[in-house]
Design a protein around this ligand. Sequence first.
Ligand SMILES: [Zn+2]
Length: 314
Amino acid sequence: MDVNTKCPRCAAPFSDFVRDGTYFRADDAKYIQRFRCRCCDKKFSAATFKPTYRQKKRRINQTVRFALASNMCPRDIAELVGVNVKTIAARLIWQARLSREKNRQFVQAFIEQHGPIQTVQFDDLITFEHTKCKPLTVPFAVIDGERIPLCFGVGAIPAFGHLAKIARKKYGKRCDESRVLREALFETLKTILPADVTFKTDGHVHYAQLIKAHFTHSKHEIFISDRGAIVGQGELKKTAFDNLFSINHTFATVRAKVNRLNRRTWCTTKKPERLADHIDIFIDVFCDRLKCLAINPKTMQRRASTAVMDSSFG
Ligand SMILES: [Zn+2]
């Protein structure tokens, strides 16, 4: 992401730059090259317009990114890296913007390398903001078998069950954004997936409607959802074989790794946008881990043997 190949004022090429001394950056103890543009006399440095431009604590970025996806709360991370908790809150938003772009590129690179995506699992994760009386829904799509997240959204839904009446009395009527959110998500999926993709979902009525409307040539396999096991964060099921394992395992992982999605936690989401930011950072770190698995010789061997089996069975 080197943006200093053009002048920030007149967009002159690198050949028009002249070196113009250096300055010492105390934050990471580096000497930074300064430049002057010969066309417009604008002065700038190698740090200008980098994502970390004007940050005073660059050294913490990698640790904060990893810690946010490793079940740590902002206050603990602040103590770990030695900054104020408000710095962590600001860095969450900053990191999420970078991670979002990285995740988009990761999916694109995956499609270029492995061809069009054939099967997708889709489901909603339920969480809440501030209190269980204000639930949130997180519709999520992952690649079947690979567990690579494709896209997700965060939106409000009204309280349900025994809390519905209490919630209405305490907080008034809460709007249901789930349908609009899923519509938007399917619009995004249309740009990623081929027309003849197979969807695996549970028996939700709206999923069937959406798939029919947006992917007319697709296949839709419905699996009735089972009761969750406590050891699987309530997301992994008690059956011997789970047809929706990829999506349920992703949900169990996100619940275990994103602090505010833990079961019985006191770290709760205060703003839905920040939950979306946090999940984006999680996906970024999670995909890095998947990449490490992909270059592991043992997994490579297994993948190669399944590919041979697939081809021999036609
Ligand atoms: Zn210039």
